[in-house]
Design a binder for this molecule. Sequence first.
Ligand code: HEC
Ligand code: HEC
Ligand code: HEC
Ligand code: HEC
Ligand code: HEC
Length: 174
Amino acid sequence: MNIKAKLIKAFALSIVIISGLFIFISWATAENQSNFIQPIAYNHKLHIEDIGFACLDCHSNAETHARASIPNVEFCGDCHDDTEVENPEESKVAEHVNNDIQIKWVQVHKVPDYAYFSHRRHVKLAQIECETCHGEVSQMENPFVSPFPSMKMSWCMDCHTERGVTNDCYACHR
Ligand code: HEC
Ligand code: HEC
Ligand code: HEC
Ligand code: HEC
Ligand code: HEC
C-alpha cells in the first residue's frame, strides 16, 4: 500500500469511529430523556373517571403557586392503608402509608432553572385548562414516561404569539 492509500484508509476508519461515537451519544441521551420510571404504577384514569377526582383535588397548588404539586402520601392513605390487597401496586401505596414514607415520584415535566414558569399565572390568571398543556391526562392508565409536550421554548412562544402575550426574553429569563 502506498502512503496515499494508507491515509485514505486511516481517514475512512476515523469517520466510522467518530460517527459511531456520535450515534452512541445521541442514543444514550435520547434514552435518558424518555426513561422516567415511577416507583408505583399510578393510574390517572381510574382515579378521575371511576372515583371522580378533579385535577385540582390532587395538584392543589396549581392555582396558587408556581408548582402544581403532587399530593403527599397521607392523602392516598384515606383509601390505601390495607397491604393485603390483590394488586401489588396498591399494596405498595399502603406500605408507604403505614410506614409514613413519602413516595419518591420522579418529576417528568421540568423547565430549566434559567426559565421561569408559573402555574398560577396560566391556570388562575389566564384560565388555561390543564389539558391544553398536558393533554388527555384523564385517559392515562400509566404514569408519564416522558414529558408531553416537549416543554421547549418554541412551544411556550407559539402560544404566547397566538394569544398576544409578550415574548420578551426577560419575561421568561429573569
Ligand atoms: C378516595 C379514595 C382514593 C384515594 C384518596 C386514592 N385512591 Fe388509589 N385507588 C382507589 C380505588 C377505589 C382504586 C381501585 C381499587 C381496586 O380496583 O381494587 C385505586 C387504585 C389505585 C392503584 C392501582 C391502580 C390500577 O391500575 O389498578 C394505585 C397504584 C393507586 N390507587 C395509587 C394511589 C395513590 C398514589 C394515591 C395518592 C396520590 C391514591 N391512589 C389515592 C381509591 C383511592
Ligand atoms: C388522585 C390524585 C390525582 C388526580 C386527581 C390527578 N393527578 Fe396528576 N398525578 C398524580 C400522581 C400521584 C402523579 C405522579 C405519578 C405519575 O406521573 O403518574 C401525577 C402526575 C401528574 C403529571 C406529571 C407530573 C410530572 O412529574 O411532570 C401531570 C402533568 C399531571 N399529573 C396532571 C394531571 C391532570 C391534568 C389531572 C386532571 C385531569 C390530574 N393530574 C389528576 C395524582 C393525581
Ligand atoms: C400553560 C401550560 C400549562 C398549564 C395550563 C398547566 N401546566 Fe402543568 N406544567 C407546565 C410546565 C411548563 C411544567 C414544568 C414546570 C416546571 O419545571 O416547574 C408543568 C409541570 C406540571 C407538574 C409537575 C411539576 C409541578 O409543578 O408540580 C404537574 C403535577 C402539573 N404540571 C400539573 C398541572 C395541572 C393539574 C394543571 C391544571 C390545573 C396544569 N399542570 C396546567 C405547563 C402547564
Ligand atoms: C397554551 C398557551 C401558553 C403556553 C403553552 C405557555 N404560556 Fe405563558 N402565558 C400564556 C398566557 C395567556 C399568559 C398571560 C397570563 C396573564 O393573563 O397574565 C402567559 C404569561 C406568561 C408569563 C408572564 C408574562 C408577563 O407578562 O410578564 C410568563 C413568564 C410565561 N407565560 C412563561 C411561559 C413559559 C416559560 C412557558 C413554557 C414553558 C409558557 N409560558 C407556555 C399562555 C401560554
Ligand atoms: C415564553 C417564555 C420564553 C421566552 C419569551 C424566551 N424563552 Fe428562551 N427558553 C424558554 C424555555 C422554557 C427554555 C428551556 C427549554 C428549551 O431549551 O427549549 C428556553 C431556553 C433558552 C435558551 C437555551 C436554549 C438551548 O437550546 O439550549 C436560550 C439561549 C434562550 N432560551 C434564549 C432566549 C432569547 C434570546 C429570548 C428572547 C428572544 C428568549 N429565550 C425568550 C422560554 C422562553
